[in-house]
Design a protein. Structure first.
Length: 289
């Protein structure tokens, strides 16, 4: 092959398209006609787990070449996908359930594609957080998506404390194994408020447990929950007027509730209140004196 011929081919070659295809979160019927068409047309389907994606493709009699990109392989997978896209091949990116990149792998590949000026086209579909929110009965006009909390208890409690004054409805994802501990931490740190636990969405055993955080803890037995879990928590009713707060007493309460040392509690209260840590420290010393 001559260099001229190779150069001409390269000049004419157009990069492929990266499609972000939302897949069902449970019920295989919850997929759009457009998503099925794209999955059947692209050269590759990039997925987390080939076994999971193959169930969907076989259900709709779609023949597709699969590439995995999950977990530790995401960086390596992104390089391979970029190589394929740059040679003109189009790829459908899917997660095991829902929209790729939303608390699932995918955002790295999307970022790389955008930097490389490769067209990224989202194919909309179900998302567990939004589905749970819509049926929760809590305010859905303004909300935030928090996704998974940190696994380490101290980091998780700090994050919940930072969210304790959030006025909007909050969407969390959680594993069944950590659900009860998380609900207890929410009650301890965020205080009693309405909440909903949604599990197995769109599946045969779909369930919504609605009530207060304390009520949910009483009604749900340790280890009884199975399947994917979404927690919807009502926003804070009122903002704290920090000018009227007894800061030293508040710092002590944070220490006791979260098991923090004095300086860690001061840092957290400074973050929540917007006050300088030095100001809080002087206030605590003055009260102690």
């Amino acid at each position: 092959m001559s260099k001229v011929f190779s150069r001409r081919n390269y000049a004419k070659m157009k990069p492929g398209i990266l499609y972000l295809v939302a897949t069902p979160i449970g019920n295989l019927e919850d997929i759009t006609l457009r998503a099925l068409r794209i999955l059947g047309q692209v050269e590759f389907v990039a997925c987390e787990d080939t076994r999971q994606t193959r169930i969907l493709l076989q259900h709709y009699d779609i023949q597709a070449r699969l590439i995995t990109y999950y977990g530790a392989r995401e960086k390596e997978g992104s390089r391979e996908l970029m190589r394929q896209l740059n040679t003109g091949r189009s790829i459908a990116l899917v997660s095991d359930a829902g929209m790729p990149g939303i608390s699932d792998p995918g955002s790295l590949i999307v970022r790389d594609a955008i930097v490389a000026n490769i067209t990224v086209i989202p194919i909309p579909g179900p998302s567990a957080g939004v589905v749970a929110l819509a049926a929760s009965g809590l305010a859905a006009d303004r909300f935030i998506f928090e996704g998974f909390l940190p696994k380490k208890q101290l980091e998780k409690r700090k994050r919940l404390a930072a969210l304790s004054q959030e006025r909007r409805t909050i969407i969390f994802y959680e594993s069944p194994r950590r659900l009860m501990d998380t609900l207890r931490d929410m009650l301890m740190i965020m205080g009693e408020r309405r909440a909903v636990v949604a599990r197995e969405l769109t599946k045969v055993h779909e369930e919504f447990v609605r009530g207060s955080l304390g009520g949910l803890i009483e009604r749900m037995e340790e280890g009884s929950v199975r399947g994917e879990v979404v927690i919807i928590v009502e926003g804070s009713g009122e903002e704290i007027d920090w000018e009227r707060v007894d800061i030293p007493a508040y710092v002590i309460r944070v220490q006791e509730r979260m098991g923090l040392d004095k300086m860690s509690a001061l840092k957290l209260v400074a973050h929540l209140s917007g006050l300088a840590k030095s100001t809080l420290y002087k206030s605590s010393l003055k009260a102690k004196g």
